[in-house]
Design a binder for this molecule. Structure first.
Ligand SMILES: Cc1cc2nc3c(=O)[nH]c(=O)nc-3n(C[C@H](O)[C@H](O)[C@H](O)COP(=O)(O)OP(=O)(O)OC[C@H]3O[C@@H](n4cnc5c(N)ncnc54)[C@H](O)[C@@H]3O)c2cc1C
Length: 459
């Protein structure tokens, strides 16, 4: 029997879409489109783990590759299908099954949008802290499969730290249910970690037990201008020591980024241009009366000691949003900066200032008119970079070689939070040793011996 007929014989009538009925949106993620003319053989919309298991068992028997898809906001091509593949879209598995207040957990299906997870936690007077700009479109299963980062990693960790239990289906249809709710569980290997961040290459995530936290009662935000990156490092030490673990964001913006995110977009700059670096700092705590004065004392002390040259402390939620809008303009700066190559890399926090200097020198040595902007979650060692040159077309490969080569020289990571997917495959070896990549390949062969799950992604 052909694969589409077999899938249709096992799943509900509306669960398998083939041929011209396949929607275009399934042909790409946020950045990477399938090559022109490439069509998957079918898109399957399971409603349960059993549907996922049936789909995978059939595809495995036919040796037809499968690409899992969440909200398609990925930035590395991980969810992009190839010709003749089956797309497995988790978007109809949208149940929020349980909120357990004693365990502080939420059990969900993989197709729940991140924003609905956040709202459900909030309605229970709890917090699911992971937050990214794509919150309305990305699905929690996609977040887990990419080990997404975002703005609050500094305090709560990457998505990996927010998952207590997980259910996944292996390539042959075997269901592995490990819906653990306990913070401590050292009974053998922690199997869930294999599926977190493996970009749909080792199994399909179907259900999750997420960790919830007390909802913060205070929020303090400030934008600071500092003379240089070394002062930003001094400020980080102070903030960690003075805020007793309440620090939630420490976002550094280099001056070229600050210009393009304010005046370059015809927006009022909250602080004047001309500082060595700009810092957006945020703390969340449990007590407004104590937390806000403590935060103000931190900023005032840094001003007195010359660590910070100028600062604005938000006096309201609206002020805080206005200050964040400079950092959140990252997706728009292309309108001022022009089309460029973008990067999401990690470099040890203490060395990021020097890295930015050396990378800028290497780029301008190659192209005199090269321009680079730097901004990012520097306390997490994560910096985002955009690079442009006047050369047309943009010499993308050469720029990548310089940026990733410099990352390699610094012992950094070519992917801080967006994953490897297709886009960064050629550079995986810049951040992982041959022995590490060999272990990845052995895991893949053990869990997916026929190589049907998202083949050719990651390595
Ligand atoms: C505006 C914007 C802002 C962003 N900001 C951030 C940010 O701050 N930090 C960050 O880390 N990322 C960010 N991203 C990237 C993206 O949102 C994340 O990678 C997100 O986690 C992807 O989720 P998704 O549901 O869209 O997954 P998709 O794009 O659909 O898939 C991503 C990968 O996961 C696999 N996958 C999806 N679902 C499953 C499943 N159930 N089981 C197994 N594999 C699966 C896919 O095969 C693919 O390899 C941003 C993207 C945009 C567009």
């Amino acid at each position: 029997m052909d694969i589409v007929r077999e899938l249709r014989s096992r799943l509900a009538a509306d669960a398998v879409i083939a041929g011209a009925e396949i929607e275009e949106r399934h042909l790409r993620d946020f950045l990477v489109a399938a090559p022109p003319g490439v069509r998957p053989v079918a898109v399957v919309y399971p409603r349960s783990t059993a549907d996922v298991a049936a789909t995978l068992a059939i595809c495995n028997a036919h040796r037809v590759p499968v690409v899992p898809q969440g909200g398609l906001t990925g930035l590395a091509g991980g969810a992009t299908p190839m010709a003749g593949w089956v797309v497995l879209s988790l978007q109809r598995m949208r149940a929020i099954e349980e909120i357990d207040r004693q365990a502080a957990t939420m059990t969900v299906e993989a197709g729940v949008p991140l924003q609905l997870v956040q709202e459900a936690a909030d309605a229970a007077d709890l917090l699911f802290p992971m937050d990214i700009g794509a919150r309305g479109s990305c699905l929690i299963g996609g977040n887990v499969s990419t080990n997404a980062g975002g703005n609050r990693v500094l305090r709560y960790g990457m998505t990996r730290e927010l998952v207590l239990g997980l259910e996944a289906v292996l390539a042959d249809g075997t269901i592995v249910t490990s819906l653990n709710k306990m913070l401590k569980n050292n009974a053998g290997y922690d199997i869930k970690q294999l599926f977190i961040g493996s970009e749909g290459t080792l199994g399909v995530v179907t259900r999750l037990v997420l960790r919830l936290f007390p909802k913060p009662r205070s929020l303090a935000t400030a934008l600071c201008g500092l003379p240089d990156y070394d002062r930003a490092l001094m400020m980080l030490q102070r903030a960690r020591a003075h805020l007793s673990g309440a620090l939630t964001a420490f976002e550094v913006m280099w001056p070229r980024y600050y210009f393009h995110a304010t005046e370059g977009l015809s927006r009022r700059a909250p602080l004047p241009q001309g500082h060595g670096v700009y810092l957006l700092i945020e703390a969340m705590g449990g007590d407004r009366v104590e937390d806000e004065p403590r935060f103000a004392r931190l900023i005032e002390g840094a001003l007195e000691d010359g660590i910070v040259s100028d600062a604005i402390i938000a006096q309201s939620l609206k002020d805080a949003r206005d200050l964040w809008s400079v950092r959140d303009a990252a997706g728009e700066i292309g309108r001022s900066f022009g089309p460029g190559a973008t990067f999401d890399v990690s470099i040890p926090t203490g060395e990021l200032g020097k890295f930015a200097e050396v990378l800028t020198e290497r780029l301008t040595a190659r192209w005199a008119d090269a321009d680079a902007v730097f901004f990012g979650h520097v306390a997490d060692a994560n910096v985002h970079i955009s690079v442009r040159t006047g050369a047309k077309p943009l010499p993308l490969h050469d720029i990548e070689e310089i940026v990733y080569g410099t990352v390699r020289d610094w012992g950094g990571s070519v992917s801080a939070e967006h994953g490897i997917g297709l886009l960064k495959k050629p550079y995986l070896g810049y951040s992982r040793s041959p022995a590490e990549i060999e272990v990845m390949k052995r895991l893949k062969a053990a869990l997916d011996p026929r190589g049907i799950l998202n083949p050719g992604k990651v390595f």
